[in-house]
Design a protein around this ligand. Structure first.
Ligand code: B4P
Length: 192
């Protein structure tokens, strides 16, 4: 079983590349951003709670996203492997994920980190904001708040996995296909 984390700051292309990876490798895609937007779209209590944080560019509380991921893992016992997109985003989430996977007698195989210059991230997100209707892409202030959250809370997740030799950086600026080729090489190596 192969379990990947696609890691990187907001706008680094995690969602874009995940879509291509699931097509090629048949892994199950778990994107906390997509799951949260689904809850918001259905106006569930969880969604209404999450929206307050997301609209300000802040991370949603750990217990909310950990609970969502735990349910998805339980609901898919026969998956060949998972690609975690946008999760874990804090060290507490990473520790919880390690425990959840250990209960299923598996573990993270590798964390692939998309490295993109900050000015390119801001450009991509504001550009998506022109058409996406996503409040968290709509203004430069909120986009910058997301990048600050990333540096303060998410970047330390890299150290958590580097300790186990599972953290790899991949160049994340270039065309979508160029980046996908680099990611595919890493995954092919893993699959042997
Ligand atoms: P996410 O939905 O995870 O989204 P993201 O970080 O904005 O983007 P991603 O890196 O996937 O970029 P994408 O491919 O879309 O998070 C949204 C919010 O949800 C968070 O801020 C937080 O509030 C909440 N949340 C989610 N998970 C959480 C967690 N675990 N804990 C707490 N809170 C959580 O690409 C972005 C844009 O760039 C697109 O327009 C794309 O077309 C473009 N693009 C992609 N690759 C490109 C390339 N190579 N060249 C040019 N443009 C490119």
């Amino acid at each position: 079983m192969v379990n990947l984390i696609l890691f990187g700051p907001p706008g680094s292309g995690k969602g874009t590349q995940s879509a291509k990876i699931i097509d090629k490798y048949g892994l199950l895609h778990l994107s906390t951003g997509d799951l949260l937007r689904h809850e918001i779209g259905n106006k569930t209590p969880l969604g209404l709670e999450a929206q307050k944080f997301m609209d300000q560019g802040l991370l949603v509380p750990d217990e909310v996203v950990i609970g969502m991921i735990s349910s998805k893992l339980d609901a898919n016992p026969d998956a060949r492997g998972f690609i975690f997109d946008g999760f874990p985003r804090t060290t507490a989430q990473a520790e919880a994920l390690d425990k959840l996977l250990a209960l299923k007698k598996t573990a993270i195989s590798v964390v692939l980190s998309l490295e993109v210059p900050e000015e390119e991230l801001i450009k991509r997100l504001l550009n998506r904001g022109l058409t996406s209707n996503r409040p968290d892409d709509a203004s430069e202030d909120v986009v910058k708040a997301r990048i600050v959250e990333y540096h303060n809370k998410t970047a330390p997740v890299a150290d958590h996995y580097a300790k186990f030799g599972k953290f790899k950086k991949v160049k994340g600026d270039g065309t979508v296909e160029e980046i996908f080729d680099l990611l595919s090489k890493e995954i092919d190596e893993l699959l042997g």
